[in-house]
Every structure is written in C-alpha cells, then in structure tokens.
Write a new protein. Structure first.
Lengths: 331, 111
C-alpha cells in the first residue's frame, strides 16, 4: 500500500505541475493496477487526500473536511457496487444453469414427428421463455396405431418444465400406441395427482389413429378443444369434451369418441397459447384459426402449422404471451 | 394490472368480490388473499367474478387450490357472475363440472 501511495503522489504532483496528457494517461493505467490490488474507491480518495496534503502544506481545512465527507460516502458507494457485482455473478450462474436445464429438457422431450404413409402430420411448438410448458408426444408402433398427446402444464418456465418431464415419463411407461385414450388419461391423472401441488395441473388432449381403419379416437382432459375439418361438408367441428384437467381428482373419469378420417379431412390440436388473445377481445381466435387452416389446406400439415404460427404472431404484434403449440393430422 | 379482493362476512356466508386481471403476476396476490380466509365447517364462500376481465391458467390454479382446501374443511365454494369468457374457461377445463358456478341469486349483494 505504501508503494501505491508513493507512486500515486508522484503521478499526481507531476500532473498538477504541467497538466500533461501523458501524466493523465499514466494515472489512468495506475488506477487499473489499484483495482487489481483490490483498492476500494474510498481508499483511492484517502490516498488522494493524503498525497495532496503532502504536496501542499497550506490546504484549507474545509477542503480536507470535504474529502473526509467524500470518503465516508464512497464507503457506501463501494458496498453497493460490490453488492451489484455479486448479483451479476449470481445472475450469470443462473443463466448458465438455465441453459443447461433447457438443453436437458430439449433432450428429454425430443420426439420425432412420425411419417406414416397414409396420413400427413405437422407440428410446431414454440416456448415463450427458454423452457417449454407445452409438450407433444408421438407414439407409432407396429405400423397400425399412431398416437399423439398434446399437453400444457399450468404456468410457464421452470416449474412447468419440471412437471412436464413427469408427464413425458408417464406417457413413456404406457409404451404402446394402441392404448385407449380414455385409459391413458385415467392412468396419467392418477400419476400426476399423486405428485403435484394443489395449484398445479396439466391439460392434455390424446388422439389415437388407427391406420388400418382410419378411425381417429380422441379424449381430452381440460384441454383447448381440437378442431375437426370435414372435407365433405366443408365445415369445422369442435371436438368438445368435459373431461377434467389432470392432477385434480384422483378418481376422475374420461370418455373417448371416434371419428372417421376421410380424404380431405384434418384435425388441429393446439394449446391455449394459440387461442388466448388477451388484449384483443374483439378477435374470435378459433374463427381465425379455422380461416387460416381453410385457406391453406392445400399445403402440407407442417406448412399449415407454420402459416398459422406466423399469421397469429403478426396478429399479436409479435408479442405472444404463452407457449404456442399446434399439431395437424391431415388425411 | 392488478387484482383486488374485498370480503364481507354474513354469518356462515363469506362474500368475496374480486376485481382485476388474474395472470402469472397477480395470481400470487389473489392466492395470499384467499389463504387468509379462516375456513370453518359449514362456511359458504361465494366469490363474485363479475369484474374479473381476464384469467389465465395460473388463475385457475389458485381457484383449484382454494377449492381443494374448502372441500377438505367441509365448507363450500361458489363462483358467481362469470363473464362468457371465464365461463368458457371453466367449461373447457372440466372445472365447471366440479365446482359450483352460477348467478349471484339471493346472495348477489354488492359490497
């Protein structure tokens, strides 16, 4: 410290002597060294005060008192800066952890869109924040059954993502795509109810498609109703059900219904992030989705999903407020 | 955006009048307000939602948790005067089959 004092005094008196640019530069470099040696802001001022006192022995007391005041104030300034720096470090730590969690989630929830011969499937799922509270699970086995689950966990971000992993494993343990949708929902409901908090729940729409008969069987637990487009009558139908959200009542029962998927028909599954127009009550969001789907039904299922996403994003002025997921099954 | 709850007690009836928007940010406020209610056996809590103009799934979560607590204590809960939008939300989620939802009726008194 004594060394620093001496050097500082030298640089300061040189500068006061000729006010030279190069001395100023030396001073600026010197402060970097002081920072490296963990000299606090108030110590810098104290060094400055002492140096001035040594250079000028006729400094008025008022100026010295002024410095004492500044030293006291800077003590608090220094503490605040330290606090701020430790918060920044903490934030960086969290950011890194979040990034790892996102990677793990993406890995866990990775699911390829099946490409069976007789039906065209498209999907888009975009999280609002880093982690997704929506999830789409596909199963396709023995070339006959194909099943799709579209899920939405209440809330967003990390808590939703953690709960989602449980749903995924629940679905994985069911293993086969030929299970009855109502059975799948009942099993998942019991699993989820046991493990989550009272204010958490999951909405889920489960669809099973029989590739040999073209019968689509669906069941829903508190989920945004899917849309069925009947190409023959050129009209849309809501696939409504009153199935309760998963995770609320252990004994909840679910029903399932069948529909025949004919050429030119399609089904749109989605989460509430797609239909929720919070600040635009004048929009009937489901009507908008129907119009978009109808106008683009000549495209592939994947292209239709992408058009719906980009058009709705525009309508929301690119400020979607929830995770956004659309799945289209097209015959 | 905020949410505000006012209560009025009338014997075994507790009227709650909720106002505002219930989303991720305001749901904890509502949850805290509802948690402060001392639930006794036989108590009827009637929550008037006529001035709730928006609710998302986090808001639903608050009502579900409160409903479960009420059932555990042998009390009852009724949600009244929901907008068409909110009614639909409770219908889609199957919650309208579980909880009592209706018009204010005899207890429809403003606070």
């Amino acid at each position: 410290m004594e060394q620093i004092r001496k050097q500082y005094k030298k640089i300061l008196s040189d500068y006061i002597g000729n006010q030279n640019e190069s001395d100023l530069y030396i001073g600026q470099n010197f402060i970097k060294r002081m920072i490296q040696k963990n000299v606090t802001p108030e110590e810098v001022i104290s060094i400055h005060k002492q140096a001035l006192e040594e250079v000028y022995d006729d400094l008025p007391d008022s100026v010295l008192h002024g410095y004492d005041f500044l030293i006291e104030v800077m003590v608090h300034f220094g503490l605040k800066v330290q606090e701020h720096q430790s918060l920044l470090a903490k934030q960086e730590e969290l950011r890194i952890e979040m990034e790892i969690a996102t990677k793990i989630q993406n890995l866990l929830l990775e699911n390829e869109i099946p490409k069976p011969r007789s039906v065209d499937i498209g999907m888009i799922s975009v999280p609002l924040r880093k982690m997704n509270g929506d999830y789409v699970h596909f199963m396709h086995d023995d070339e006959r059954f194909l099943s799709v689950a579209v899920t939405d966990v209440v809330g967003k971000g990390v808590p939703a993502a953690l709960c989602m992993s449980m749903v995924k494993y629940g679905l994985d343990t069911l293993e086969y795509a030929n299970s009855n949708p109502s059975y799948v929902l009942e099993v998942l409901n019991r699993t989820i109810e046991k493990s989550i908090d009272d204010s958490m729940f999951v909405s889920l729409c489960y669809v099973r498609y029989d590739l040999s008969t073209n019968v689509l069987t669906w069941s829903s637990a508190g989920h945004e109703p899917s849309l069925y487009y009947d190409g023959e009558s050129e009209s849309f139908y809501d696939l409504e059900s009153k199935g309760l959200l998963l995770g609320i009542l252990p004994e909840a029962k679910y029903t399932q219904q069948d529909l025949d998927l004919k050429n030119g028909d399609f089904v749109i599954l989605m989460t509430d992030g797609v239909t929720d127009f919070r600040n635009k009550e004048e929009f009937d969001s489901r009507e908008i989705i129907k119009e978009l789907a109808l106008a683009n039904r000549h495209l592939t299922a994947q292209e239709m999903c992408e058009v719906i996403y980009s058009e709705l994003q525009k309508l929301h002025d690119f400020k979607l407020e929830d995770d956004f997921t659309v799945v289209i099954i097209k015959k | 955006m905020n949410v505000n709850v006012q209560f009025r007690e009338d014997g075994d009836l507790l009227l709650g009048y909720i106002e505002g928007e219930i989303d991720t940010y305001t749901a904890p406020i509502l949850r805290d307000e509802l948690e402060m209610i001392r639930i006794t056996e036989g108590l009827l809590v009637e929550l008037d939602l006529s001035n709730v103009n928006y609710m998302d799934s986090t808001g639903l979560g608050v009502f579900v948790a409160f409903y479960k607590k009420i059932v555990k204590e042998n009390a009852s809960l009724k949600l009244v005067n929901l907008s068409a939008r909110l009614t639909r939300l409770f219908e889609i989620t199957g919650l309208s089959e579980l909880m009592e939802i209706g018009k204010g009726g005899a207890t429809n008194a403003r606070i």
